[in-house]
Design a protein around this ligand. Structure first.
Ligand code: PEP
Ligand code: MG
Length: 315
């Protein structure tokens, strides 16, 4: 199962003792959807919809959005595609949506926060997603980026329900969302950890700034502990909690994430085979032991070294 000896991916993954892990792809446009399907991905854990909006002076029409989303959904033959609503703001400002001149744009009006002043833009996007899902008979789950509170969650879930999008979830990208996951997941059907932003906001270190790169790693025990807390919040309600940040694509970290309670990993398609191979070499109990040893370290470097050394011992 999982990876073959030629390093290709057959669409399934499991630990050595047969515990299934959903391995799916991140895609950002129709071309990436083609690449993901060719790499063997049977579904999408993060469809970033920004491509449809960026570089435009005005909002795309519902019809334009439907066409763009259908081009991605069509590649997955009715299988699950997790569509993320527009994550504008911060480094991706949009003239018709995000405020000018924010002093700290990464802490400003981005992601779901744009829906406070512009609920109509979210509403039209949800309408387009629902129409595209129906036209392609796709299993579409919808999730909101940059969620921090239970109120944002329940309002998003209600907005989705108005379009018959019944599987609505949230990204966990802020420490607040991770800490409050048990409340967010009372309403949300699932959660997906955006570890790129979760690391940025936990470490207070710009994810694109070379000068703070040493801080910006998901191996930071503070980040791993928030992953653990978020997964516990999912367990309370029996909800799946995945990872769709870069962390999911690291073959050494993937077993740790599974050991922390993560149920799906979504990544760039070329990483699928390597992560499936890494998971097939460890049992779930070993994943849990790796997670415990990483959490018990004071530094990112020590956490990574402990996992690397333990993995050698398992062979
Ligand atoms: C993340 O923050 O980890 C994530 C998956 O979202 P993006 O990289 O698009 O911000
Ligand atoms: Mg993010």
């Amino acid at each position: 199962r999982g990876a073959s000896i030629r390093g290709t991916f057959d669409g399934t993954a499991a630990t050595r003792d047969g515990h299934d892990i959903d391995l799916v792809a991140n895609v950002a446009d129709p071309a990436e959807a083609v690449a993901a399907a060719e790499a063997g991905a049977r579904g999408v854990g993060l469809f970033r919809t920004e491509f449809c909006f960026l570089g435009r002076g005005e909002e795309p029409t519902v019809a334009e959005q439907v066409e763009a989303y259908r081009a991605v959904l069509a590649r997955f033959g009715g299988r699950r595609v997790v569509v993320r609503t527009l994550d504008a703001g911060a480094d991706k400002p949009l003239r018709f949506l995000t405020p000018d001149h924010e002093a700290n744009p990464a802490l400003g009006v981005r992601g779901i926060r744009t829906a406070v002043d512009h609920p109509d833009v979210l509403d039209r996007q949800l309408e387009a997603i629902a129409l595209a899902a129906r036209a392609e008979s796709a299993e579409v789950w919808v999730m909101a980026p940059m969620v921090s509170t239970a109120d944002e969650t329940s309002e998003f879930v209600a907005a989705c329900a108005a379009h018959d999008l019944t599987t609505a979830g949230v990204m966990i990208e802020t420490p607040a969302a991770a800490i409050q996951a048990r409340w967010l997941l009372a309403d949300a059907a699932f959660a997906s950890l955006g570890t790129n932003d979760l690391t940025q906001y936990t470490m207070a270190a710009d994810r694109d700034l070379a000068g703070v790169a040493a801080l910006s790693t998901p191996w930071q025990p503070a980040v791993l502990d928030l992953v653990r807390v978020a997964c516990e919040g999912g367990t309370v309600h029996g909800r799946p909690v995945g990872v769709c940040g870069e962390a999911a694509a690291d073959p050494l970290l993937a077993p740790v994430l599974v050991g922390l309670g993560v149920t799906s990993l979504s990544m760039t398609p070329r990483a699928l085979a390597g992560v499936a191979d890494a998971l097939s070499q460890v049992t779930l109990e070993q994943c849990r032991a790796l997670a415990a040893s990483a959490l018990d370290k004071p530094t990112a470097r020590a956490a990574r070294a402990a996992v690397r050394d333990s993995r050698r011992g398992f062979r």
